[in-house]
Design a protein around this ligand. Structure first.
Ligand SMILES: Cc1cc2nc3c(=O)[nH]c(=O)nc-3n(C[C@H](O)[C@H](O)[C@H](O)COP(=O)(O)O)c2cc1C
Length: 447
């Protein structure tokens, strides 16, 4: 990258029919898309047309939102991400394929093997979003049903990632010779058993798949607690984060890059991509109309459930949605900072229950930007140039239309400003993003 102007990295966060809780009801969305591989094929095609770096599928190991189970008002039946990405690896050529997998409810051998397989299938485009899983609903689907405390989950995650990296190094890059004449398939001295013995895992190894094309698939992290940020600083190459102001984004960015430096890493070896929910129009009025239309699709039961959740589990069912937030239904002052903030906003701006749930439902922690391509590019450029971001994780509200708008309108604007690529260069995701291919722990080749 030396000499050339620094450019943004862009990822797309693909949530079935879109980020917005009512995206599936949008007139341009097929409500049955979550289980239609053709839908994802279309979405990944648009993302590659927009020259995106990464295509990301988040995941949980349960229907985590218990209100959805009760209300039946959301697309909660969908694919397992690694399986879907394997299919999509066949219909895409350049974009990185990132899937979430939990370190709490998996074993390192499984994860190392699956991501190595995806890296081969895709020609070096696999990425693993390392999560520790925080929902009791997920724990209830495994083992003793107990969710370990966060500190233990992150200790396990650290050991898990170390073991996975070790397993990926099982085979030297040139271990397989496949020589018909001599009858030697691989050099035994190029194969390494891991012999890992730790607090959580005992793993002999080696892995029964060769070293992945990228050496190691990309490591992605999105923790926001101290333990989460610590793991990101040690091993994360892509960092996802929810930041709502440039000021906060800058301090998060500086903290993470500083910690990474202390770990002996180059700051450019991790890319911080805050989430961004864009609604783009050819004019501000058009963008506003799209926003209002989306918001009009939120069913009051869904909005209410979201608001109740954010208020710490209060029951608002007996109150008129167009009336004020009832004082007596709220937890006491200071009971919880988020509910305190919401109550404060409701009082200050005289918001009704509906006003408030409309605000809460759409953002879910990420900034929502409604405007023209130039408005959205201005915002992104400020964050990129002032030390708040290396790029963005774009969260389209509805799919494929919300991504199509971004690719058709915002991407050309960023390209005009010289801040985004005009073609893919390189073949693996590491090459395309300018991230180094890890050297095997067993040493360089041919030494
Ligand atoms: C953009 C983004 C994507 C995330 N994707 C997932 C996911 O797919 N599955 C999951 O369990 N957690 C996911 N998380 C949650 C994080 O992994 C993390 O648990 C959360 O930010 C809280 O931080 P902490 O674990 O350090 O407390 C995501 C977070 C962000 C910001």
């Amino acid at each position: 990258m030396s000499g050339a102007q620094r450019q943004m990295n862009l990822g797309v966060f693909v949530e079935t029919t879109g980020r917005h809780v009512a995206g599936w009801r949008h007139e341009g969305v097929d409500p049955l898309a979550p289980l239609d591989v053709g839908h994802y094929r279309q979405v990944i095609g648009i993302a590659e047309r927009g020259l995106f770096d990464l295509f990301f599928l988040a995941d949980g190991l349960a229907i985590r939102d218990r209100s959805a189970e009760r209300l039946g008002r959301g697309p909660k039946a969908h694919f397992e991400p690694l399986t879907l990405l394997s299919a999509l690896s066949m219909v895409s050529r350049h974009i990185g394929l990132v899937a979430t997998a939990s370190t709490t409810f998996n074993e390192p051998f499984h994860i190392a093997r699956k991501f190595a397989s995806l890296d081969f299938l895709s020609g070096g485009r696999a990425g693993w979003n390392i999560v520790t899983s925080s929902s009791p609903a997920e724990a209830e689907n495994f083992g003793n049903g107990r969710l370990p405390p966060p500190e233990e989950r992150y200790r396990r995650a650290a050991e898990f990632v170390e073991a996975v990296r070790g397993l990926w190094d099982s085979w030297d890059d040139d271990a397989i010779v496949a020589d018909r004449d001599s009858g030697i398939y691989f050099r035994p001295d190029g194969l390494h058993a891991l012999h890992h013995h730790g607090e959580f895992f005992d793993i002999r190894g080696p892995l029964n798949i060769a070293r992945p094309p990228q050496g190691h698939p990309l490591l992605v992290q999105a923790g926001s607690s101290s333990a989460g940020i610590g793991l990101g600083a040690r091993v994360g190459e892509i960092i996802y984060t929810a930041q709502t102001t440039l000021e906060n984004a800058k301090s998060f960015y500086a903290r993470l890059k500083g910690l990474a430096r202390e770990e002996g890493r180059q700051p450019e070896s991790l890319r911080i991509l805050p989430g961004l929910f864009p609604i783009v129009g050819r004019s501000r009025d058009e963008a506003r109309e799209k926003f209002d239309y989306l918001q009009s699709l939120i069913h009051p039961e869904v909005g209410l459930a979201q608001l109740e959740h954010h208020l710490g589990g209060v029951d608002l069912s007996g109150y008129p949605v167009d009336g004020p937030l009832p004082e007596d239904a709220l937890p006491g002052e200071g009971a919880d900072s988020r509910s305190g903030l919401l109550r404060h906003i409701a009082r200050r701006d005289s918001l009704s229950i509906r006003d408030l749930y409309l605000q809460v439902s759409i953002a879910r922690g990420h900034p929502v930007l409604t405007g023209t391509a130039a408005d959205i590019a201005d915002y992104m450029v400020a964050w990129f140039q002032e030390g708040g971001a290396d790029g963005f994780n774009i969260m389209p509200g509805w799919l494929p239309g919300g991504l199509g708008d971004f690719v058709d309108l915002v991407v050309p604007e960023l390209q005009r400003r010289g801040l985004f690529r005009t073609e893919y260069r390189g073949s693996t995701t590491r090459e395309i993003m300018g991230l180094a291919r890890p050297v095997s722990r067993y040493g360089r080749l041919n030494e």
